[in-house]
Design a protein around this ligand. Structure first.
Ligand code: HEC
Length: 192
């Protein structure tokens, strides 16, 4: 009896919420504020970059470690330290995570590009879409290639004279590459 009562109450409550929500939705349709404007095709094109682990989606462009060092000094060092050592925000450089990839067990371990990121292409994708923190999407493809080259070189993954572009970036093998399982879901209800 108690169970039946509970389930009826829950159903009634759900219905009440649904009615309430639709009443609110109708009464609170915002009126246009006269601000904003439609995004231009050019703005959409610049932001519409999805880079996959295998490099699919990387834009044309290229950048050397030295180019990245200059860009980094101006646009990144204030938040990530002069050489990616961190402070005030995330440390970007570091290779030695200790034995066993024990990030889940040891909260003192700091994840960095060099000890944790499985794909160099993700560094491109992330940097292009999110950094610098206050101007996301403002970097050119060449600037991002240079920054990625610089950060990978600070992490000892590419040489100091490296120049990265679509083809060479996709070939970089990260130290933590084999610590992760590739998510091969293709959408829909199929889950591995
Ligand atoms: C105003 C401060 C600021 C600036 C400038 C800035 N960042 Fe960041 N960055 C952050 C913050 C905050 C995070 C953490 C964001 C989060 O966790 O959601 C971050 C995270 C990152 C990460 C991910 C670190 C990790 O392993 O989780 C990378 C890579 C990065 N930034 C690169 C850059 C690069 C390259 C530049 C220069 C183009 C840059 N950032 C400029 C504040 C900044």
């Amino acid at each position: 009896m108690m169970r039946r009562f509970t389930s009826i109450s829950a159903a009634a409550l759900t219905l009440a919420c649904a009615l309430g929500a639709s009443a609110i939705a109708q009464s609170q349709v915002p009126t246009p504020l006269g601000i904003g404007r439609p995004a231009s095709q050019e703005e959409i094109r610049k932001l519409d970059v999805d880079v996959m682990p295998d490099g699919t989606g990387l834009p044309a462009g290229r950048g050397a470690v030295a180019d990245g060092a200059s860009t980094y000094a101006v646009k990144c060092a204030s938040c990530h330290g002069r050489s990616g050592e961190g402070g005030p925000f995330d440390r970007l450089v570091g290779r030695d995570e200790g034995a066993g990839f024990a990030f889940a067990n040891d909260p003192r371990l700091v994840k960095t590009i060099g000890n944790y990121w499985p794909y160099a292409t993700t560094l491109f994708d992330y940097t292009a879409r999110t950094m610098p923190f206050a101007q996301p999407g403002s970097l050119t493809a060449d600037e991002v290639y240079g920054l990625v080259a610089y950060l990978l070189s600070l992490n000892g993954i590419v040489p100091e004279n490296a120049v990265l572009d679509q083809a060479s970036l996709a070939k970089v093998v990260m130290p933590a590459r084999d610590r992760f399982v590739r998510d091969n879901r293709t959408g829909g209800s199929r889950v591995r």
